[in-house]
Design a protein around this ligand. Structure first.
Ligand code: ZN
Length: 274
């Protein structure tokens, strides 16, 4: 949290444990209380948890299912304890299988994890579409949400890099409109709860997920000005997962640039309407 605070963030994303290991971090009630106190004192309005990358909600393997469910529930319980706005989840891979049974299994596990926990939502992240990773289309995300019971604790997180890699040209107005139209065809707009802001090192439709600093990748500054000023995104918690100048994540100047591009985009949209 201190880094987010130092660079002037209004929303932060954290891992509740090391994202590439199963071993959970154990927290005490005092840890949670301290986190909540520091949140209240900081200017940070929203905290999102990112679930670990090892989770595969779609797997048929019994041991991996058990580990995945436990890890997901742990993240949700931490989310409940700190008042997070959601746990962002990569649902996982279908491997060589058809999508439908994988989507059903994914939804089942998500539904179970929700029923065992209290409040914190699961935000399914739209993915770049590499290999057989689920959730690169809104249709698949809708399928998972339906299989998970369709409740109010199920939401969507959009990632600008993933959208671009999945073939949505979100650096253009028409590309943003097409993406939102497709989203609306399968999902209620109220499912959209969070944004990840990343530029893309790879070209449009590459299906490769390689994050770049805002404005320095294939989406570019003009593209981000358009994306960030889209009204459908107003008020959503947004976090950057960019490399940053020292490969340690975004810094204050990255945040300032994003804010500047958002203002520039809003002015350009205003002029377009006149
Ligand atoms: Zn993610």
């Amino acid at each position: 949290m201190s880094r987010g605070e130092a660079i002037g963030c209004r929303s932060i994303q954290i891992f509740n444990q090391s994202p590439r290991a199963w071993r959970p971090t154990r927290y005490t009630e005092e840890d949670f209380a301290e986190f909540r106190d520091r949140m209240a004192e900081s200017g940070i309005e929203s905290v999102i948890i990112h679930a670990i990358y090892l989770i595969n909600t779609a797997t048929p393997d019994r041991e991996l299912r058990e580990k995945s469910r436990t890890a997901l529930m742990h993240a949700l319980r931490v989310g409940d304890s700190i008042g997070a706005d959601g746990v962002v989840l990569h649902p996982g891979s279908r491997k060589q299988e058809d999508p439908v049974p994988a989507i059903v299994r994914s939804g089942e596990m998500i539904g179970e994890a929700l029923s065992e926990t209290e409040r914190c939502p699961i935000l399914i992240e739209q993915m770049a579409g590499h290999a057989n990773i689920l959730a690169h289309t809104f249709e698949e995300i809708a399928g998972i949400i339906e299989a998970a019971g369709g409740g109010e604790r199920l939401g969507l997180c959009l990632d600008s890099c993933h959208l671009f890699a999945a073939g949505y040209d979100i650096g253009t107005y028409s590309g943003i409109d097409r993406m939102l139209e497709e989203c609306d065809r399968f999902l209620d707009r109220h499912r959209l709860r969070a944004l990840h802001l990343n530029d893309s090192k790879e070209p449009l439709g590459s299906r490769r997920d390689r994050h770049e600093d805002i404005g320095k990748g294939r989406i570019g500054e003009t593209g981000f000005a358009r994306f960030l000023s889209e009204e459908a995104f107003d008020g959503l918690p947004a976090t950057m997962e960019t490399p940053g100048p020292e490969r340690k994540g975004a810094v204050a100047s990255d945040l300032a640039l994003a804010n500047r591009l958002m203002r520039r985009g809003r002015a350009a949209r205003h002029r377009r309407k006149q």
